[in-house]
Ligand binder design. Structure first.
Ligand code: HEC
Length: 223
């Protein structure tokens, strides 16, 4: 419906445009009216051509009526990997703070600020004391209880316009640089699956386990 409206609006606008161009040269009202009709007709024909481009060709739909295809085992494997808080399922690969610094500037700084202080998007480095305030600071040092899960988050979600394309080595480097900015790795630091799992984030004990928490309070589970 919206599309129909859009097309007919463009037809009218285009028709009026031709009307205006021709009418500036026209001498009488009669000629102007003919021009308007002509304009609508010509533009209508053009739009009709465009419109047919948009029609879905029925031959695109498979004979059995089922769209899509089954994923290969490798594709399922790539999508179905979850990285746990203790580092289980972290992939092979390695990176360094130094390499991460440059990648961060190229791919992350435009939103998260030159040194993770935040900008268009939230901060990745910040004051560690503010989590109990009304507007808590969300730097990695306070907002994340475990370092390994950063890997899956960044891999799946960042940068937002192009997610899923960072390699394992690039991810280890970027996380290394972010941990360095949060004073959790030295500037010569490197990361792999074992060293990332061994990092203890400072606010690990500052979180409530929602399941234990609700049991203690005897909150009825949501039905
Ligand atoms: C186009 C802007 C943009 C770019 C570029 C970008 N991010 Fe983000 N990032 C966001 C936004 C927006 C959020 C918040 C998303 C949400 O809350 O759902 C976010 C959230 C995050 C978070 C979780 C927030 C937190 O408090 O810890 C991390 C970590 C992160 N980004 C890392 C990165 C890294 C690493 C890169 C570069 C590879 C990157 N981002 C590039 C916009 C961006």
């Amino acid at each position: 419906m919206a599309q129909r409206f859009g097309l007919s609006m463009s037809r009218v606008v285009y028709g009026m445009f031709i009307y205006k161009v021709l009418s500036s040269r026209a001498a009488t009202n009669g000629v102007m009216t003919i021009c308007l009709l002509l304009g609508l007709l010509v533009s209508g024909a053009a739009v009709a051509d465009n419109a047919t481009d948009k029609v879905i060709d029925k031959t695109d739909v498979p004979a059995n009526g089922v769209l899509g295809r089954a994923l290969s085992a490798a594709e399922v494997d790539a999508l179905d990997r979850h990285i746990f808080a203790d580092g289980a399922q972290l992939p092979d690969g390695q990176g360094s703070v130094e390499a991460g610094k440059e990648m961060y500037q190229q791919q992350c700084a435009s939103c998260h600020g030159g040194r993770g202080e935040g900008g268009r998007a939230l901060e990745l480095v910040g004051d560690r004391a503010l989590l109990v305030t009304e507007f808590p600071d969300k730097g990695i040092g306070v907002y994340w209880p475990y370092a390994p899960t950063l890997f899956e988050y960044i891999q799946r979600a960042m940068p937002p316009e192009n997610p899923g394309l960072l390699t394992n080595d690039e991810l280890y480097s970027l996380i290394g640089y972010l941990l360095y900015l949060n004073n959790l790795l030295p500037d010569y630091g490197t990361l792999n699956r074992y060293t990332l799992a061994a990092i203890e984030l400072p606010n690990r004990d500052g979180f409530v386990d929602q399941y234990t928490f609700s049991n203690e309070l005897e909150i009825e589970p949501v039905k």
